[in-house]
Write a protein that binds this ligand. Structure first.
Ligand code: FAD
Length: 438
């Protein structure tokens, strides 16, 4: 069976955050957009099988919020109305970076705390409400259809006895996630696989939810322990929309955070500041917790020349970051604004223009996190002269941010994708860093 689509119909593979954001971008330009997902998409804000990472803490960076708001005006206010907690990323959250407690001020960088399930469910509602978007779950894309170098659609295997179909499209956006099969599927069709950059970070996450006693954190909405060479263990706790507190711990290599009550608390106790332990030692666990291992980060360096026309890789299918830095959803949102802007200028050389724009954001996010991962002794990889210099400066920023909150704010603006990393090299900032880190 071939599903009839209009000549400017688009298909999006995957209804995760990336796929939904891509659909929001396409909806304003394409006549119709079909989003296909193999999973069962729940009617409520609950985690689902094919996105197991949703059970772990998901930060929504300020740059990502701005891009989502640009695509779907009102999105952030509605998320807050649904119970997400807003606040200032430095004024309302306590940060300890490699053992240095960041000095507090109102940074102007908006932070949002909510479960990934709520963020995705709300995004799905907004995208589903767009009149020309159809989201179809239980639909596994099994084949990419290419004719004369052009992608013409996808083959879909449905569940529950629904016969398979071919969905024709003149644009396919592939947002099938970090374990995407599309590289292999394209290779089988004769397209050269993209060169890949990988870092064997070998990070393990362990996450549990708690009820705090007393049920608050003296007015703060979260505590973050960020990793560095002296203190590679990391963790984050933040309030969720149901009033529970999500606590995610992360270790590199063999340093796997335990899930059992005593082991979990011992890991928390080992942090260089007592805040999280103080909050959790009297807290009641509300679940047994889950783990997630990330052996490698992967960046696929796609070239438009080696892709079928009318096909765009998207979000984690291009680059899956070390999640400790909370970038994936936000980079996907920026990519979606790039996609929309490219489409507004027509279809000519679309893949080339999209990849160039997307790579601008990916470059900044990727370099920042890879450099920081290479500060951790357990992470293998060549420390070039540039990396060593960047990391010596990063250690100075950690120390400076402990006494000068303006340095902390400048740092957060970069990690939240509001400023380019070069902003930390402005002469005024360098001077502050050098003076404050002495
Ligand atoms: C442990 C962990 C913690 C993270 N923490 C954060 C964080 O704090 N902040 C942040 O911004 N990001 C975080 N991320 C990253 C974030 O989850 C992703 O970057 C983000 O969800 C965008 O991913 P995506 O849409 O590309 O893929 P996913 O969200 O993984 O979605 C892929 C979708 O494609 C579907 N699919 C796959 N193959 C097919 C197929 N053949 N046919 C049909 N459907 C298919 C899947 O069912 C799934 O729904 C974290 C990731 C991990 C692993």
């Amino acid at each position: 069976m071939t599903h009839p689509t209009s000549p400017d119909g688009a298909v999006v593979i995957g209804a995760g955050m990336g796929g939904l954001l891509a659909a929001a971008a396409l909806a304003g330009i394409c006549r119709n957009v079909t989003v296909l997902d193999r999973d069962i998409l729940p009617e409520t804000a609950t985690p689902r099988r094919c996105v197991p990472q949703a059970r772990h803490v998901h930060a929504l960076l300020a740059g990502g919020q701005a891009a989502m708001e640009d695509l779907l005006p009102g999105f952030v206010a509605e998320l807050l109305a649904l119970g997400a907690t807003g606040g200032d990323a430095l004024g309302d959250i306590r940060w300890v970076v490699d053992g240095h407690r960041m000095a507090r001020e109102t940074s102007g960088v908006p932070g949002i705390l909510a479960s990934r399930a709520l963020v995705e469910w709300h995004m799905r509602r907004r995208v589903r409400a767009l009149p020309n978007v159809r989201i179809v779950d239980r639909s596994d894309v099994t084949t990419l259809t290419v004719e004369d170098g052009r992608m013409t659609g996808v083959s879909v295997q449905h569940r529950d006895g629904v016969p398979p179909e071919v969905v024709a499209a003149d644009l396919v956006v592939d947002s099938s996630g970090r374990s995407s099969q599309s590289v292999a599927r394209l290779a089988a069709l004769g397209f050269a696989p993209p060169p890949e950059s990988r870092v064997a970070v070998d990070v393990t996450y362990a996450t549990r939810h708690f009820r705090l006693e007393p049920p608050h954190l003296d007015g703060d909405s979260g505590i973050g322990m960020a990793p560095g060479p002296s203190h590679p263990r990391s963790g984050f706790m933040g309030v969720q929309e149901d009033g529970t507190w999500i606590v995610t711990l992360a270790g590199y290599g063999d340093d796997v955070p335990p899930l059992d009550a005593d082991g979990f608390l011992d890991f928390v106790k080992s942090f260089p500041a007592p805040d999280m332990y103080d909050a959790l030692r009297t807290a009641a666990p509300v679940d047994d917790g889950v783990r997630y291992r990330i052996p490698t980060t992967v960046r696929r360096r796609y070239s438009a020349d080696d892709l079928p026309s009318n096909y765009l890789p998207f979000a984690d299918a291009i680059c899956s970051f070390n999640p400790i830095y909370g970038q994936g959803m936000s980079v996907a949102a920026v990519e979606a604004t790039v996609l929309r802007d490219c489409l507004r200028s027509g279809r000519t050389r679309l893949a080339r223009r999209f990849l160039r724009g997307a790579n601008r954001c990916i470059d900044a996010a990727w370099n920042l996190t890879v450099d920081n991962d290479l500060r951790i002794p357990a992470v293998p990889g060549r420390r070039s002269a540039r990396v060593r210099m960047a990391n010596a400066y990063a250690s100075r920023i950690d120390r400076a941010a402990a006494v000068d909150p303006a340095v902390g704010s400048a740092f957060l603006r970069v990690t939240h994708l509001l400023d380019r990393p070069g902003a930390l090299l402005r002469p005024s900032t360098v001077l502050r860093v050098l003076l404050a880190s002495r």
